[in-house]
Every structure is written in C-alpha cells, then in structure tokens.
Design a binder for this molecule. Structure first.
Ligand SMILES: Cc1ncc(C[n+]2csc(CCOP(=O)(O)OP(=O)(O)O)c2C)c(N)n1
Length: 298
C-alpha cells in the first residue's frame, strides 16, 4: 500500500467539493500551503494542516514520510519546501498535477482518468492534527479558543510569527474567512486589510505583531471616524520582530538587531488617542460590541 498524501495550494481554490470528494473516496490525508487555508475546513478529519517552515509539525512529518505526494495548485514555494530533500526520502514519487493537466476539471466534466494517479485506497490516514509546536504555548491556545468562540469572524493576518500562529491555530471553515498577504509578505497589512474586509459590515479581526502594528496604526483613525464597530484587532506583543529574529538565529546571524535594537511604544496609549477600546482580557474582547484591540503579551 503506497503512503499517499495530497498537498493543495491556492491554485486549487475553485475545487473545494472535488477535493473533499477525492480525499474521502481514497481515504487520504490532506495538507495545505498557507494560501490554501480554508479551501477544505480545518475541522475536516482528513485535513492535517499547513506545511512548511513553522507549519504544523504533524503535517510536516507526513510530508516527509509519504511515498507518493500529489500536488495540486501549489508552486512548492521555499517557505513550504525549504529543503528540496524533504521530497526525496523513500524514493518519494511527486505527481504535480498542475504541470500536466487539470484533473479536477476533468472530474467536473464527468471524466475519471484523473483517479488513476491516486491508485489504491489508502489505509495510511490519520486524524491527529493538533500537535503544533510548542503544544502547550499559551498564545496558541488563546487563538484556538478565540477561533472557536468567534467563528462568525473572518481573520486578516499581518506578516511574521503572528501570521504563522494564526495559520496553525485559528480554525476556519471557509477560504473567504482567512485573508493574508501570502508571498508578498507585507508587514502593516492587518489594519488596513481588516478595514477593507469590514467596510461593508462583515465581522473581521486583524491579527498582527507589535512590529506590524507600528507600520500602519494611523489607519485606526478611519475606524474612529466611520465607527466601524464590526472590526476588532489582536496584537501579539513579543517585543521583537520575531520571525526575522528566528530566521537570523537559525542562520547563525549574531547581530540580532530585530531583538536587541528594537522597541515598541505603549499600545494602550496609542489606542487611547485614536479612541479605540483596549483590553488584555479575552472574554471582554469576545463580548465587546464595538471596535476593540486585545493585546496579548509573550
Ligand atoms: C514592510 C516589511 N518590512 C520588513 C519585512 C520583513 N519581515 C518579515 S516578518 C518580520 C518581523 C515581523 O515582526 P512583528 O510584526 O513584530 O511580528 P512577529 O514576527 O513578532 O509576530 C519582518 C521584519 C516585511 N515582510 N515587510
């Protein structure tokens, strides 16, 4: 029995139903790249989560261990496959369906030839999906808790560790509910991005780090001006530009200015001048019916 795994990227966005049909028919696990989050609900038992640098530990494990990786709509970006050797162990076979033909279109057209590449029904499946690293992390648990109680909200992430925390711990049931700048990696995106999503009344939460917050917090004035009470914000304040700091450490770069030479002003005071409610209390954040900013320290 071949250990088969399906990896989807954003190119698969229009094929939600077909993908669900395939993984359920062949009983295979699914992993995804960042931009494909939500195409298949995070609560689907065969969905193991996001792969890549700081992705879901278990999804990455399965990526390494599988014998046949079927890739659909993903460019196998360096953040997803940082080391091409991941694709080599066990003489792994990689079928990139994008490069050949569009199999799901064929399914839509009533053809069945695409099923050939899936082979036999697999018994190499797992429903285990919550093993993020570190599993006991308080911020990750808070995001998980909030996503459960705020399912009617969409999330807009900034760039950095905060973004990856959301990818791994904020459960979404639809692609439209997860908005991120993806490969563009634009810090400062979360506040104006959330305004863009929420301007017509949609409930939305912008989630960012303290670095990203400092790049565009002047846009809070727009919230104040137009009384956009359907928009909320979370700032994960770790007093550093964490993602780059981690990258520098892993690359053995010793002058980590992202930690040592970085500072952040008092976010509560900034909220005050923009007339935005501020809290560190999770329940107050959930219950509040006006715009509110939750600061989580770590
Ligand atoms: C405009 C811009 N400048 C710099 C970067 C490079 N960069 C990517 S992540 C990151 C750190 C982000 O720090 P913060 O917003 O505090 O989030 P954290 O990683 O700490 O969660 C930096 C500097 C970028 N992506 N965009």
């Amino acid at each position: 029995m071949t250990k088969t795994l399906l990896l989807i990227g954003h190119g698969a966005v229009d094929f939600k139903e077909e993908i669900i049909h395939l993984i359920e028919t062949y009983n295979i696990n699914l992993v995804y790249s960042m931009k494909a989050k939500g195409i298949v609900s995070d609560t689907h038992p065969l969905n193991l989560g996001m792969i890549g640098w700081k992705g879901n530990w278990f999804a990455n494990q399965r990526l390494k261990e599988c014998e046949h990786l079927i890739v659909l709509g993903s460019r196998l970006d360096v953040r997803q496959i940082p080391d091409a050797n991941i694709l080599k162990p066990f003489n792994k076979k990689v079928t990139n369906l994008d490069e050949t033909y569009n199999p799901l279109k064929e399914i839509k057209d009533g053809m069945t030839s695409c099923y050939d590449c899936f082979g036999e029904i697999s018994d190499w499946v797992s429903e285990y999906k919550t093993d993020n690293i570190p599993p006991e992390d308080k911020i990750n648990s808070t995001l998980d808790y909030l996503s459960f109680y705020m399912q009617d909200y969409s999330v807009v992430t900034d760039v950095g560790e905060n973004q990856l925390r959301v990818c791994n711990n904020w459960s979404v049931d639809h692609q439209d509910k997860f908005i991120t700048s993806g490969g563009l990696g634009t810090m400062g995106y979360a506040i104006p991005g959330a305004i863009g999503v929420g301007i017509d009344g949609r409930k939305v939460i912008g989630i960012m780090g303290d670095g990203g917050f400092q790049m565009n917090y002047q846009e809070l004035e727009l919230i104040n001006q137009y009384k956009l009470n359907n928009i909320k914000f979370i700032v994960i304040n770790n007093h550093q530009l964490k993602l780059v700091a981690d990258f520098e450490k892993e690359s053995k770069i010793t002058n980590t200015l992202t930690i040592d030479d970085y500072s952040c002003p008092n976010i509560e005071k900034i909220c005050d001048v923009y007339n935005i409610k501020y809290t560190t209390n999770i329940e107050e954040f959930i219950d509040c019916d006006t715009c509110i900013l939750l600061e989580l320290f770590c």
